[in-house]
Design a protein around this ligand. Structure first.
Ligand code: 5GP
Ligand code: ZN
Length: 113
């Protein structure tokens, strides 16, 4: 999609600090980390947010979460992690392309603000 920041990152038009990439997804470090480990996982396909997901996206989501689990193991995450997908204005979404935040290596408060 034109004028979408994460579509441009997925296409390599804007550089990112990549952790993993395949034909369906990209994992890269957040530019403004909120934890010692903070990376984002995005589908390469433009999906505006988790609110736009359908049953057909099940395999994609399984792939996203299996990749997150593998990457956390590879990064030496031992005490758990948090996966967050902000949706819309009240959810705090600032980039309208589906992304999953992965935060780790510090104790995270609950509930979030
Ligand atoms: P949201 O606020 O939509 O849940 O999350 C968007 C995230 O994207 C934020 O954590 C923000 O720091 C990150 N971000 C915004 N622009 C860029 C960028 O150009 N590169 C990278 N790596 N992260 C970005
Ligand atoms: Zn996009």
């Amino acid at each position: 999609m034109e004028d979408c920041l994460f579509c441009k990152i997925a296409a390599g038009e804007i550089p990112s600090n990549k952790l993993f990439e395949d034909d369906r997804i990209l994992a890269f470090y957040d530019i403004d980390p909120q934890a010692p480990v903070h990376f984002l996982v995005i589908p390469k396909q433009h999906i505006p947010s988790a609110a736009a997901l359908t049953e057909e996206n099940g395999p994609l989501l399984g792939h996203v979460f299996a990749t997150i689990s593998r990457l956390c193991k590879e990064l030496g995450v031992e005490n758990g992690y948090r996966v967050v997908s902000n949706v819309g204005q009240d959810g705090g979404q600032s980039v309208p392309h589906l992304h999953f935040h992965v935060l780790a290596k510090r104790s995270l408060a609950w509930p979030p603000g």
